[in-house]
Design a protein around this ligand. Structure first.
Ligand SMILES: Cc1cc2nc3c(=O)[nH]c(=O)nc-3n(C[C@H](O)[C@H](O)[C@H](O)COP(=O)(O)O)c2cc1C
Length: 396
């Protein structure tokens, strides 16, 4: 649910700041990327070294750093998927509610237009002050998610409301929020993965080096966002994790053709990442071909073009995504394929890029959409690449 999320953590100067490093650890454990922005007063409670070490990123704490020209509050807020302010002091809540931007944290808050969560934390008397209550109410009314304080023993010696939720509870809140916000809920998505095998005789086949990993990562990412996934998979050692994935095993390009054309009409989207053979032997011998001291000629015939077939059958409300693995004139060939096969976007990976393509845990892609918008991505793990591809799909 939280995997791959880019989370900006804001820390203000409350005693509960000593717990925020644990929150960062919990998020990192769940494969989130974390960056941190703090108020000057927060640094009275938690050190830059701790925050930088745990988040593995520089902490933003100075609006006007001497080193270089930068607008960190904009680049950070562009980068993040969500913003979690924990603890949120009475002071920072007051600034947020009144659009005051006089420090890195309050300025970042104003520049942020995605999901914001704040975890208030303060002395009971401060918390029950009607002015603080009013500010929290204003934030709520403006779409800010409040991770309500709990009752309990407070650092100031008081017992009562105002205690920040424990880091693990904050993580739970985020998980529940995003599970409800499953953007692909009610969508049925067809994914193909792996390399087909074209039988030559009883024991031999023509295959390729595809591991199926890219398609499996896409299927998992789609399912984690609520989609019902039909995964038509060629032979691979991989397993599916998410129960929302219905895997259909195939071996040959013909079987893949049959399954994809059968399921496509009921799908909202199809992402065809399988490496399907372009040719197959015209005759498949039932028995094993005997070894002989003469040349053996195999006559190959083209297989059915699955992508082109789905492109022709595609209805107005369906989205079709293809892959191109190219070795030369990559962009030009991918653009042609995008048009010829009637795709909504194409994911290009070049065998010329180190770490991209078959049999590697990483990939480096370029996405070209039907409006000819080209987006280049850096070398990433296939899990991360899957997030980029699904983000593109969601943005259409
Ligand atoms: C030891 C200590 C603990 C504090 N804890 C809190 C707190 O939990 N919540 C809060 O709202 N203010 C707390 N304060 C007061 C804030 O630090 C103060 O209002 C400060 O201006 C907040 O600045 P900031 O919001 O820019 O970080 C505490 C102050 C001290 C000295």
């Amino acid at each position: 649910m939280l995997k791959g999320k880019k989370i900006l953590i804001g820390i203000s100067g409350g005693i509960a700041a000593y717990k925020t490093p644990l929150l960062i650890r919990e998020l990192i454990k769940r494969d989130c990327q974390v960056k941190v922005v703090v108020t000057q007063n927060a640094l009275e409670f938690v050190t830059l070294t701790t925050l930088q070490t745990l988040s593995q990123n520089e902490v933003y704490y100075n609006m006007f750093s001497n080193n270089e020209y930068s607008t960190e509050h904009i680049s950070l807020t562009d980068w993040a998927d969500c913003f979690v302010v924990a603890p949120a002091t009475a002071n920072i809540i007051g600034k947020f509610a009144n659009a005051i931007a006089d420090c890195p944290l309050s300025t970042s808050f104003l520049a942020f237009d995605k999901d914001v969560f704040i975890a208030p934390s303060m002395n009971t008397k401060m918390y029950s002050n009607p002015l603080v209550k009013r500010n929290i109410h204003t934030l709520k009314e403006n779409g800010i998610n409040i991770i309500s304080s709990t009752q309990g023993f407070l650092a100031c010696g008081y017992e009562g409301e105002g205690r920040m939720q424990e880091p693990i509870e904050i993580v739970k809140f985020l998980k529940e929020f995003y599970s409800k916000k499953l953007e692909l809920k009610d969508k049925t998505i067809l994914v193909t993965a792996g390399g087909t095998q074209e039988q030559i005789d009883a024991v031999r086949y023509i295959g390729n080096n595809s591991s199926g990993k890219m398609g499996y990562c896409i299927a998992e990412e789609l399912a984690s966002r609520g989609a019902n996934v039909i995964l038509v998979s060629a032979k691979t050692h991989l397993e599916v994790q998410n129960n929302n994935i219905n895997r259909i095993n195939v071996v040959s390009s013909e079987e893949m053709f049959v399954q994809t054309t059968k399921h496509f009409p009921k799908c909202d989207v199809a992402i065809l990442s399988a490496a399907v053979a372009d040719y197959k032997p015209i005759n498949q011998e039932k028995n094993k071909i005997k070894k002989a001291q003469t040349n053996l000629n195999l006559t190959l015939t083209p297989t059915k073009d699955i992508l082109a077939t789905l492109g022709k059958e595609k209805k107005k409300n369906q989205i079709l995504v293809g892959f191109a693995l190219e070795t030369d004139d990559e962009l030009e060939n991918a653009k042609k394929k995008l048009i010829n096969k009637n795709l909504d976007f194409i994911v290009l990976n070049s065998l010329n890029d180190k770490g991209a393509g078959f049999g590697t845990p990483t990939n480096k892609i370029t996405i070209i959409d039907k409006n000819q918008k080209i987006e280049h991505f850096k070398l990433k793990t296939k899990e991360e690449v899957a997030i980029d591809i699904v983000n593109k799909l969601v943005s259409l």
